[in-house]
Design a protein around this ligand. Structure first.
Ligand code: AMP
Ligand code: MG
Length: 410
């Protein structure tokens, strides 16, 4: 059976790089940049005042207090037409152009305006260049300011705006459909009849997709009949990614693989040595990817994190090693049967300079209520059987780790 790492590699190998698309700047956040961005001007584009105060010649204020004649004003947005001579100064505002002749700005707090604002008393000396940001010291025209592949957060968006990019070439996000399968499933708004349960996986997967900025389409739940399942799968193949849940294990009505085969979809694996989640299918049709995740809610969640998330990140031009793995110290004793890499719900905290990891009690792969208390997944390597308190362990921090609060009273 494939290891989790091997399965991840197969998934990544078959994940096509996304298509580049031009988006308006407002729509570009949370995408990855597909081109380098070059500065179209110097920054600052002129010698810029860093303070509100007076533009002056430093040599005139070496002995203080010094009295200077105020010959004008340089507000932000205008280019001053006067030149500062000996014994002269001009009021200047932060972000304004430093007038010719001036070589320093003294901040207003270190001055006293004289009568009729025609004179100023400078109380403290300044050095040449003080409180002036010279043209081009931050960025030179022609310089590369963003490289292809950069994630577009608020800082990068500011850079794009600064250099006049009203639209930008980024990697397009895939379209994704989620398809739950099973005769026992009813929608959350319904009251399950005997033998039925509510479909939670479609909603959970859509929520996981949102953490990578994707708005999934939830398809109508497929029945466990070949005709209905086939119809829904065909519908789902119109999307870049189709995530199925359920119907991939060994039961008589686990029909997903059979129908994928009938539809000519190449399947690269249908089992991974992962716990929970052993039956997990990955296939490809053209540039479209198909995942058949197990039906148990925890298995669906975990296999998404281990296999689907890296594929989505690659598709969107992002880093594929972005699973947040940290090394910590285990709090409780924990055992398992060897053979599969296990992912167990855990609560991890950064405590006195180390990660402290507590594995949470759980009844297994269907127990999403217990699992929902986790902020991280304790990774139990497949060949190991026991961990003692204090042992160093690996944990995968969930994508919403930093937004989670420890639930109490459950
Ligand atoms: P299956 O993989 O179809 O055999 O399903 C495994 C288990 O997961 C069964 O107990 C199903 O009832 C349950 N299950 C399957 N799909 C869902 C779903 N969408 N939401 C919640 N539970 C599910
Ligand atoms: Mg089923």
């Amino acid at each position: 059976m494939l290891d989790v790492q091997e399965a991840q590699n197969i998934v990544l190998q078959h994940t096509p790089p996304g298509r580049a698309v031009t988006l308006p700047l407002e729509s570009a956040p949370d995408h990855y940049l597909a081109v380098d961005v070059i500065a179209d001007m110097d920054v600052p584009p002129f010698d810029r005042a860093a303070m509100d105060g007076y533009a002056l010649r430093a040599e005139d204020v070496q002995a203080t207090p010094a009295f200077l004649e105020v010959i004008g004003e340089s507000p932000a947005g205008l280019v001053p037409t006067f030149t500062i001579g000996h014994g002269q100064a001009a009021r200047i505002m932060t972000g304004a152009v430093v007038p010719a002749g001036a070589d320093a700005v003294q901040m207003v707090e270190k001055t006293e305006a004289g009568e009729a604002e025609r004179r100023v008393r400078v109380l403290m000396p300044v050095g040449v260049g003080d409180n002036i940001t010279r043209r081009g010291v931050e960025v030179r025209r022609g310089q590369k300011v963003l490289t292809a592949g950069r994630y577009l957060g608020a800082g990068e968006i500011a850079v794009l705006a600064m250099f006049g990019h009203v639209s930008v070439l980024v990697w397009q996000k895939p379209t994704v459909a989620v398809l739950a399968t099973g005769d026992e499933l009813v929608e959350p708004c319904e009251n399950p009849k005997p033998g039925q349960i509510r479909n939670s996986n479609s909603y959970a997967l859509a929520a996981q997709l949102r953490t990578v900025g994707l708005q999934a389409t939830r398809l109508t739940v497929a029945k466990d009949t070949k005709a209905d399942l086939r119809m829904r799968i065909v519908e789902g193949l119109a999307y870049d990614l189709l995530l199925l849940t359920g119907g991939v294990s060994m039961g008589k009505y686990d029909l997903v693989e059979e129908i994928l085969a009938e539809l000519g979809i190449a399947v690269f694996f249908d089992h991974v040595a992962i716990k929970p989640g052993k039956p997990v299918v990955f296939g490809r049709k053209g540039d479209g990817l198909i995942f058949g995740l197990p039906g148990n809610p925890v298995s669906s969640y975990v296999t998404f994190e281990c296999l689907v998330r890296p594929a989505l990140l690659k598709w969107m031009g992002g880093p594929t090693d972005a699973l947040l793995m940290v090394t910590g110290e285990l709090e409780n004793r924990i055992k398992q049967k060897p053979g599969r890499m296990a992912f167990l719900p855990a609560w991890s905290v950064w405590d006195h300079g180390r990660w402290s990891v507590k594995v949470l009690p759980s009844k297994g792969s269907a127990d999403i209520v217990a699992f929902s208390l986790a902020n991280s997944l304790f990774v139990f390597p497949k060949d190991r059987t026991v961990y003692e308190p204090g042992d160093p362990v690996s944990v995968l921090l969930l994508d919403d780790f930093f937004r989670r609060r420890r639930a109490t009273g459950l």
